[in-house]
Design a protein around this ligand. Structure first.
Ligand SMILES: [Zn+2]
Ligand SMILES: [Zn+2]
Length: 342
């Protein structure tokens, strides 16, 4: 099969490699579409991922396709079925899983290898996070499942109620999903970013107000003014930058909720104003990844047509142009590109 192999920083090569072998409980999926993602762009720039990818290796993790081969012991799937697979599955046995916190699983099993013609799905993921997709949902659209499940996890932790004012810092793919989900909750949504094209997408995604942070003196003041002077009910950080984490906290009103979703570089820290947190009774939450529950819910939203997918998938390219597609993410051109390996 054809696969994109990552050899090191910015070194990806299209190669012919053996189709993966299918072990007990596993399913071989013929990939019909894979989406580019900020995480893959980071993996491409750094030449790997400390927890998931040691080069040379296949990568890519947002995909959908058709079941090619099913091993003994797999009951829910047969060859020819249209499926989508989320990129991980928890162990359901560790300390955190037993407490219902599967995104904190000590043994989260990840799958990578979406930038290829086939991928083998490990049994644990087959059992928990592989789903049949409806005939009218395209492979590209279904591939949004994983980032949508992540954003859904974040939005549910925010406890937004209808009529709330919500600021979303960052209008990359995850920020744009947060905008759509906050609108579904009935919120008034303010989107902040420093890239004009991204803010155009934020507007198309349903944001009520957009703030270009590179064009205002003080984005915290601007957002507070847009929310009646008190600050927003809910602030969501979808950038992954400690200074934006701090600003997000400052944009929220007393008694409000802050969701810190963007992962920052390891070892970085940020400062909180103790007085504001205490006397302001703020709730500040970190949220990471997804769980099988959110994956299932996210698929339902896609099947119901609740997500505007054209705001998120802005291009299509063959596997041979993966490098170009990843560079588009890095230079903030468009949102996600669908990679078609056939
Ligand atoms: Zn992703
Ligand atoms: Zn676990």
């Amino acid at each position: 099969m054809k696969a994109a192999i990552l050899y090191g920083p910015k070194d990806v090569r299209l190669e012919e490699i053996g189709t993966p072998k299918v072990g007990p409980g596993e399913v071989l999926v013929k990939i019909e579409a894979a989406l580019t993602c900020g995480t893959d762009a980071k993996v491409f720039l750094r030449g790997g991922h400390p927890r998931m990818i040691t080069p040379p290796a296949v990568f890519g993790h947002e995909f959908a396709g058709v079941v090619e081969k099913v091993s003994d012991g797999v009951e829910r799937f047969r060859a020819g079925m249209k499926v989508v697979v989320a990129n991980s599955a928890p162990c359901n046995q560790c300390f955190y899983c037993r407490r219902g916190r599967q995104s904190l699983c000590e043994d989260l099993l990840f799958i990578n290898g979406a930038y290829a013609q086939y991928v083998n799905i490990p049994s644990r993921i087959v059992k928990q996070n592989m789903h049949i997709i409806h005939e009218d949902l395209s492979f590209k659209e279904a591939s949004l499942l994983e980032p949508l499940a992540c954003a859904l996890h974040g939005i549910e932790e925010a406890n937004i109620t209808a009529g709330d004012t919500v600021v979303i810092n960052g209008a990359g793919p995850i920020g744009l999903l947060f905008i759509q989900l906050a609108k579904l909750k009935g919120a008034y949504v303010i989107s902040c970013d420093m890239v004009g094209e991204r803010l155009d997408m934020a507007e198309k995604s349903g944001a009520d107000e957009i703030v270009n942070v590179s064009e205002v003196d003080d984005e915290v003041e601007t957002v507070r003014k847009l929310s009646g002077g008190f600050g927003v009910d809910v602030g969501i950080e979808a950038v992954g930058n400690p200074s934006v984490w701090e600003k997000t906290v400052s944009m929220v009103r007393k008694g409000g909720t802050v969701i810190l979703f963007g992962g920052c570089a390891p070892g970085t820290k940020f400062t909180l104003d103790t007085e504001f947190i205490h006397y302001g009774e703020l709730t500040v939450k970190g949220v990471f990844h997804h769980t099988p529950y959110y994956v299932e819910k996210a698929l339902k939203l896609l099947h119901l047509g609740k997500i505007n997918t054209s705001c998120l998938i802005t291009g299509e390219m063959p596997l041979g142009k993966l490098e170009e597609a990843l560079n588009k993410i890095i230079s903030h051109q468009g949102v996600k590109t669908a990679i078609i390996p056939w």
